[in-house]
Design a protein around this ligand. Sequence first.
Ligand code: AMP
Length: 271
Amino acid sequence: MVTNYKEKGMSIGFVPTMGALHEGHISLIHASKKQNDITVCSIFINPAQFNDLRDFEKYPKTIDKDIYKLVTSECDILFMPDREEIYPASLPNVKHYNIGYLEEILEGKYRPGHFQGVCRVVDILLNIIKPGKLYLGQKDFQQCKVIARLLTLINLEDTVRIVICPTMRENDGLAMSSRNMRLNDEQRKTACFFPESIRFIKEHIGKESIDSLLEKERKKLGEKGFSVDYLEVADTETLKPIKHWDGKQGLIILGAATIGEVRLIDNMILE
Ligand code: AMP
């Protein structure tokens, strides 16, 4: 179906998702619709990218609501493959993607195998959809870097352009996420302290040392009941940690913290 459109010279924008769609996903659809003739959204809860089986089993599924949201946002095509279509039992996975140190830091460190699973599914989906542009959310900033590296590895860097869209947030600042619906009322109220900490660091960099800012905010989050995996200031290009800022380098503050059973990730870029 997509091939027909391509043969007619139409541009294809692609928004890969795992469903339980929210305004963040829909903002990607809107961005794609503005820049392409045809927008394809995929919904596939990718087992290969879950390092925690419980997280996979508990991943929210709201397919009827998702379809409604895609229809109202005028998404052209929904691609909803089953597991066998993406990972045929007859074709065992042998591919390893050399994404280098990105796999060892931040999310990579805390979710072993996660980015291999992301690369695997994105590689397969790109081969099926063959888009000209790929729409990704800044919320998963490290994932954007990994997928950029993947495009080079699979020789698509000149064929597919990545468009990174801003993180959509709830009124209290919490980054929208499919996992947020698993927070109970109390956890949901507490959750906003996580982006608040990131914002605080962002606003105070240059006024006190990065180490002391990070230490204070990690401690604050701990006291609020978060279990913090990481809270770091890093170079926007390389994602390598920054201890002393020269005032010129692009910076990003990234964090991952769990409240109850829900792991939140977020980041903010220092312009
Ligand atoms: P997911 O369904 O969580 O795999 O996300 C699918 C895409 O939506 C990814 O590119 C995410 O980065 C993006 N996304 C998730 N949450 C948000 C958000 N709050 N704002 C913008 N994009 C998002």
